[in-house]
Design a protein around this ligand. Structure first.
Ligand code: NDP
Length: 446
């Protein structure tokens, strides 16, 4: 790391004790910025990087709610409004028991650069709760969402802060959150949340966008070396929103996804994952990957031990959660001849894993570039809401595809310009950063 940046990083650690995921996300960006500070002394003078590492606003609140047995439950809610240089804060809400301030901050920090890369006018933020929707009834999820929004609404607005979904927050939760916002404010402010239902302000392709966008990005990586998905064996971790639609698009483009997972283990299905069955189990039955194997039959097998990254593949798409792919996994992927790792999830690869990808000559692309299609399509949803218009599926998917091609191009051109040809991490961090830094300098010390 450049010497000027070491001080800033030390300060981040001292100021945010114990928030290891946030430290990891900041380190990864700062390690890329050496050539940028050398070329732009004005960034140091304006303390742009130091300011960027400190969220503009952090909100933490109590979320009390009543379960079905009339017992009072208490959770903690978060919203970190990280940076609004390019537009209103934009980023999802995560409901998972592992959520604490450090996770929300790492996600919010990543979101600044990701949103900048889309080329659309959105700032960075993220939120969530340690609430676990798993095993809860619809009525419990609704009461939780209503209580969460009863506090959060005062911080939101289509020009202020626009949340969306993430782990544990899908169409059902966005519906309950939007209903409560509307009730409290007495405003039908469609653009205040994205990921809405298609009949009431949602956008075509938003549900599919992160998974599809991930695969569009890899399509560009393959095309850059004269190749395509045709005949490629792919492993996708997770079986949630991002994973399901990544699998969908890989199959459409001629590849075969032979494995996917949930937090209890992974399934190998050599004939290719049966997407309709997977969707039915995950969305219809809210079931597990063990149910998939039981209902699929044939050669599909479930494994509780080991790692999904033991399954040989040409392309690996981690689409579950942070730090799910470690150094040992990276070594296995390399030994099995995997050529490309592209992150559908946020920060799924540990720093060790990323180092090993480089040493093994594999091509690696980070989440902030690869999975930016989700937030990009959220911004397209905001555009449609603002103009009270709805676009067709084909048109919206075309826009998403063009945005992903443009992000891929920007990463490679920027990496070249700053002396790191082919390095998607450097390209994504530098391209995302410079646009935000320029805007911050123009807007003064605020
Ligand atoms: P979902 O809740 O729909 O699915 C998450 C999947 O990951 C589930 O299969 C879940 O399994 C698995 N998972 C979660 N935590 C763990 C864990 N600790 N270990 C193993 N598996 C785990 O979330 P999404 O698909 O929306 O999000 C997945 C990733 O993509 C996250 O990193 C998210 O931040 C990122 N992302 C999502 C976007 C979106 O538009 N949804 C946009 C950009 C990034 P189980 O059911 O067992 O918990």
């Amino acid at each position: 790391m450049d010497e000027q940046l070491v001080d800033i990083f030390d300060e981040v650690i001292a100021r945010n004790p114990g928030e290891t995921e946030f430290h990891q996300a900041v380190r990864e960006v700062l390690e890329s910025l050496g050539p940028v500070v050398a070329k732009h002394p004005e960034y140091a003078h304006g303390e742009v990087i130091r300011r960027l590492c400190e969220p503009e606003r952090q909100i933490i609140f109590r979320v009390p709610w009543m379960d079905d047995d009339a017992r009072v439950q208490v959770n903690r809610g978060f919203r970190v409004e990280f940076n609004s240089a390019l537009g209103p804060y934009k980023g999802g809400l995560r409901f998972h028991p592992s959520v604490y301030l450090g996770i929300v901050k790492f996600l919010g920090f990543e979101q600044i650069f990701k949103n900048s890369l889309t080329g659309l006018p959105i700032g960075g933020g993220k939120g969530g709760s340690d609430f676990d929707p798993k095993g809860r009834t619809d009525a419990e999820v609704m009461r939780f969402c209503q209580s969460f929004m009863t506090e959060l609404y005062r911080h939101l607005g289509e020009y202020t802060d626009v949340p969306a979904g993430d782990i544990g927050v899908g169409g059902r939760e966005i519906g309950y959150l939007f209903g409560q916002y509307k009730r409290i404010t007495n405003r039908y402010e469609s653009g205040v949340l994205t990921g809405k239902g298609l009949g009431w302000g949602g956008s075509q392709v938003r549900t599919e966008a992160t998974g599809y966008g991930t695969v569009f990005f890899v399509r560009e990586m393959l095309a850059a070396s004269g190749s395509s998905f045709e005949g490629k064996k792919v492993v996708v971790s997770g079986s949630g929103n991002v994973a399901i639609f990544a699998i969908d698009k890989v199959h459409e483009l001629g590849g075969t996804v032979v494995a996917c997972s949930d937090s209890n283990g992974y399934v190998v299905d050599p004939a290719g994952i049966d997407l309709e069955l997977l969707k039915q189990i995950k969305n219809g039955q809210r079931g597990r990957m063990t149910d998939y194997v039981q209902q699929r039959g044939g050669q599909a097998k479930h494994f509780e031990e080991g790692s999904i990254w033991d399954v040989p593949c040409d392309i690996a798409l981690p689409c579950a959660t942070q730090n799910e792919l470690n150094g040992a996994d990276a070594q296995t992927l390399a030994s099995n001849g995997c050529e490309i790792v592209a992150e559908g999830a946020n920060m799924p690869s540990t720093p060790d894993a990323i180092r090993i990808f480089g040493e093994a000559g594999m091509r690696f692309a980070p989440g902030k570039a690869v999975n930016a299609g989700g937030v990009a399509t959220s911004a397209l949803e905001m555009q449609q809401n603002a103009s009270r218009d709805t676009w067709s599926f084909e048109y919206t998917e075309q826009r998403l595809s063009e945005i992903m091609t443009s992000i891929h191009h920007r990463c490679l051109v920027t990496a070249d310009t700053y002396g790191a040809p082919g390095n998607y991490v450097a390209g994504a961090n530098i391209a995302g950063f410079t646009q935000v830094a320029e805007a911050m300098l123009s807007q003064g010390v605020i």
